[in-house]
Ligand binder design. Structure first.
Ligand code: IDP
Ligand code: MG
Length: 207
């Protein structure tokens, strides 16, 4: 509609005397400003629609590339798979997980036969800890990670493609909204999370 208003205005600028032309040019400038303003409104509306949708199902999940993943030089491979899925890294750190933190993290497994070996394995060398964010990030990450025992994990999953034994299964990922909140807080707190927009988000997130 605004574009239609430009036609006669520009026509007037070309066809009449100088005063008329200047008046018409002023009006043309005003119309262009309206057009630009209209476009800005449209873009702003799109962004807020997308923001609303993105925020609705967004989750965070704690992922650890365990010491075997680091020692085998698989950090890039593992993180790359999750990144290519579309998940956004909002925190990342290289760390040797100390015994006290390992015990808190794996408290649900205390007393199980594999508990001691698990706590010692997770602290046996550097790990890469991170927080990933995205729609249904917890389930999406778990499905890319695969079953706990790599021998049973489907081909195409991280554990199914890269691992063989349950005690060397390369990666941890939160298994629920509650454990994700607890684990993200345990490893990072909220201050260490970086909030940012990615230019590619409109190609990953529908809306
Ligand atoms: P998850 O990592 O798939 O969530 P969980 O059952 O929470 O699996 O177990 C935590 C971790 O404990 C596993 O990733 C694995 O490293 C280790 N684990 C679990 N079950 C066994 C077992 O039967 N033998 C040795 N290690 C185990
Ligand atoms: Mg678990």
């Amino acid at each position: 509609m605004v574009i239609n208003e430009l036609g006669p205005i520009l026509g007037g600028a070309v066809g009449s005397d100088l005063d008329g032309a200047l008046l018409s040019l002023g009006a043309a400038r005003w119309a262009c400003a309206r057009l630009a303003g209209g476009l800005e409104d449209v873009v702003a509306q799109k962004w807020s629609q997308r923001e609303g949708k993105r925020m609705a199902g967004v989750e965070r999940t704690l992922v650890i590339v365990k010491p075997d993943g680091v020692q085998r030089g698989l950090v890039g491979e593992i993180v790359g798979r999750l990144e290519r899925r579309g998940l956004k890294i909002v925190a990342m750190r290289m760390t040797v997980i100390q015994r006290a933190l390992a015990e808190q993290h794996y408290a649900e497994h205390a007393g199980k036969a594999f508990y001691e070996s698990l706590v010692s394995y997770i602290g046996s060398g550097p790990s890469v800890t991170m927080v990933l964010e995205g729609p249904a990030a917890i389930a999406a990450t778990r499905s890319t990670v695969g079953k706990t025992n790599p021998a049973e994990a489907a081909p195409g999953t991280i554990r199914g493609d890269l691992g063989l034994m349950v005690g060397r299964n390369l990666i941890h990922a939160s298994d629920s909204v509650d454990s994700s909140a607890r684990e993200v807080d345990l490893f990072f707190g909220t201050d260490a999370l970086v909030e940012y927009e990615r230019d590619i988000d409109r190609w990953v997130l529908e809306g």
